[in-house]
Design a protein. Sequence first.
Lengths: 330, 705
Amino acid sequence: MIPFDYHRATDVEDAVRTAAARPDAAYLAGGTNLVDHLRLGITSPGLLVDVSRLPFDDIDRLADGGVRVGAGVRNSDLAAHPAIRRDYPMLAAALLAGASWQLRNLATTGGNLLQRTRCAYFQNPATPCNKREPGSGCSALAGWQRHHAILGASEHCVAVHPSDMAVPLAALDATVRITGPGGNRGVPLTAFHRLPGDEPQRDTVLDHGELITAVDLPRMPPTTRSAYRKVRDRASYAFALVSVAATLTVTDGVVRDARIALGGVAHKPWRATRAEETLRGAAARAESFRAAAEAELAEAEPLPGSAFKTTMVREALVSVLTGLAEGRPR
Amino acid sequence: MTGTPPTREPGHESGRPRERLDGPAKVAGRAPYAYEQPAEDPLFLFPVRSTIARGRVLWVDTEEAAAVPGVVAVLTHLNAPRLASRDDLELWVLQDDEVRHHGQFVGAVIAGTPEVARWAASLVRVEYQREWHDVVLRADHPERYRPDHVNPSFDTDTSLGDVDEALADAAATVDQTYRTPVQHHVPMEPHTTVVRWPGPADLGAVAMYDSNQGVSPIRKVLAPLLGLDPDQVWIHSPHVGGAFGSKASPKAHHVLTALAAHLVPGRPVKCALTRQQMFANAGHRTPTIQRVRLGADRRGRLTAIAHDVVEHTARFKEFAEQTAVATRTMYAADNRRTTHRLVPLDVPAPVIMRAPGEAPGMFALECAMDELAVALGMDPVELRIRNEPDADPESGLPFSTRHLVRCLREGADRFGWADRPPAGQGRRDGDWLVGFGVAASTYPLFPQQGSSARIRALPGGRRQVEIAASDLGTGTWTALTQIAADALAVPAEAVDLVIGDSALPSTVGAGGSSGLSIWGTTVVAAARAFRDRFGDDPPAGAEEVGELPENTAVGRYALHAFGAQFAEVRVDAVTGEIRVPRMVGIFDVGRVINPRTARSQLIGGMTMGLSMALHEESVVDPRFGHVVNGDYAEYHIPTNADVGDIDVSWLDEPDPLYNPMGSKGIGEIGIVGTAAAVANAVWHATGVRVRDVPITPDRLLGRLR
Ligand SMILES: Cc1cc2nc3c(=O)[nH]c(=O)nc-3n(C[C@H](O)[C@H](O)[C@H](O)COP(=O)(O)OP(=O)(O)OC[C@H]3O[C@@H](n4cnc5c(N)ncnc54)[C@H](O)[C@@H]3O)c2cc1C
Ligand code: SF4
């Protein structure tokens, strides 16, 4: 058996104290990603601090009308929650587009945000990978690139973040609530995941011992329409080639507000701020949507094997926005 | 196929849609698969695998692994017991320091739990001397050669008339190259084996619980390798969770586990390959590069058919898939040729997989036929009908039965082919581009030899029927019981079938869609002998053995099954995503013994064909020589959501010449032609011709109207 210590945390404080005291500790939630990695030899923590039974599995209304989602809430419970289905339908849609029922029953909100890339070279300890073993090289750069980044990558890593859930969360301006050895903090979801730069081993800004306790969703204006569109190789149970989460507020044919995030294109859920800026105040029609998509993708730098994603995400985005403007979200 | 079948009167079992006899036990978890068989005080094996594609093992450091508590032994080429035969290098496990492919077994850990074995295996350090390797198939590869024959014993090349001249004179021609990638079998049950050496006193020198396609053929190869006679090896394999060709012959893990078992006398050693390991250690299908040339006159009569195939084999073991062989039978044309060339590469050994030959070969031929129909401005169903041969085009033999034209016509009706918009102008439904496609199917009937069965009378009018046949999840338990019931003139409830054990009368493995045909023929022969000797009221204990008679149709008739498949495809004009909401398959497969299990087989086959069309591709990394997407998250097969309505039917046309049941094989024909029907429908929907499978969204994107 892979030798490691195991501690079932009794509360948040106990979890953080225990993990912070051991540099080789890792939190264990649903285990659907971490346990795979243990088996495959991708990581070998000396201590697992089990947070899957901590009482942070509630979904609560916040005073400002937003919603607080506990880090331990299972993906299937979150997708089925009435408040989420009514107020944040694109989040529910994204969750249901991910993985399988069995996995979603185990997967947690915190674990989903922290799931690691599915880059096939990262997943295989026999091949060099800067993310798994800093300095060993990036096998994807001259390898199989079909699932890799077109935005924000570096010469050290071209991996993408695989989460569906994180894409609408980025568009929604969610905040990640964190408790660490030094106290509590909140980080905007868009600033939570990192770009690879020259430290691809770091997926997020989380420091060792810091525990995600919740994700806060701001209130959604009731007039806003939203949609999540996932493009994939098969109809179910496949990671996104690309995905689009978007909200659109239109009055009198003019875009008042748009929030857009893209999945499958970068090392983090990609908030499309340039597209949003282009859209604000523009006529709500296909040409504006295309211009917005093109503004966002102007700096795309795909690899030969991922070049199709630029077209795919542009077309998906134009289609989603057009659908929202026409009142037929798809 | 509806209604509850009567169960009492004897003699009418054949054709009855009996539910699976093994179903309740399987659903309740009471049908033990190899790994779940009772094994007392077992040890567990986990392999150590090479991380290079070619070279030598310089040294192995096993110290750290051996020191892990619970580890019983660490096996390497330095301490492994010796094998008796070097004939098959795939099975020459831990006998030398050579690395012949990425992921090859270079060691193993045996321990008291699977977890300890796996952990300790990761601590074995191996240093290699790397050699240059090549895993990339190219049509113009300098090492390309002509094999002596193609699997199992077909001519490598055939040629009739003058193809070039006929093409030059043709009114319409097609000259295109089609490609299929490396594919893996990915059965639900991984490759597992449990070996005890020596076995329990009454069971033989070596006793195995094993997941395989045939205990007799597996033992015939393994025994001499282990320096034993076949009857010294006992193999038990009553239930198998899928195989698709990957469990037809022994694999390296059998040998590795046997070697390990030899080191720990009398203790069972259990091995289950992980999903990831199955991408290097359980066989695969060769990629193919296929050039197809067709020529036709103005009326659509083919004048030339040429099918030239390049595929790979392992450098250390030849396997030549018979990719162009179906082309020899499909359509009439005076001028024709087929060729097969192999490129030896540093890859694991390819092997038979789901309609080897027909599945990739008919993808190419049937897409080319579609392209020819377009060139001629002709309906592709009609084009095929016009080229129906009177006799087998190359051998000149008459067909035992051939009802392809009926399949095409009746299938077209069932599908609503007449509603198909004109070629190249599929319908549009919102963002969806909708198209129809058709392709023909065929599969040969393989006559085999060497099969026997025993019938024994039990008290109370029951009969025990013994034969070392296999059920891979396909329905053998049920259908063979039905054949035996009719042959013995007793109700199926009175038959106790015993299969999956090497102590039973030996027979062929499940393969070539011929299992039920061969086993059934053997059981019928044994039943005849039994009834001739004992009549229909035999004393309990009466016993008779029967042998498979020689097939007198072989050499006098061309023996094949046929079919036609139709697909409706929808392509998302925005993203290139492809959906197949419905398919129709109609088959000429002789008499159907059990419509329920037959239907499952054909639906399963068509689903595999759909999988080939849209999903399956093992991506090989030329630098490392491994399969990059080697797990089930990335190696896609269809999910339920990908499989639409599949309408399966068959003609009621027994083939009395091939076997006494009048049946033909049904295991693989469902796979053949599906990928072409889908690709042809994609073209019809979009105007984009994709000649490489799988057809993924990126291959269409940016080319859509
Ligand atoms: C076959 C397969 C297909 C999948 N398909 C999809 C898909 O299509 N879309 C998709 O989005 N996802 C998909 N997934 C991924 C799945 O969503 C994740 O595995 C899951 O969300 C991880 O959650 P978990 O609770 O199991 O995390 P764990 O595996 O327990 O943990 C993951 C990581 O998060 C850390 N962690 C967990 N909780 C906390 C916390 N509260 N604070 C700090 N750190 C924490 C752990 O230390 C670990 O590093 C798939 C997974 C599999 C296996
Ligand atoms: S892309 Fe990133 S994760 Fe993938 S091999 Fe390169 S460094 Fe590793």
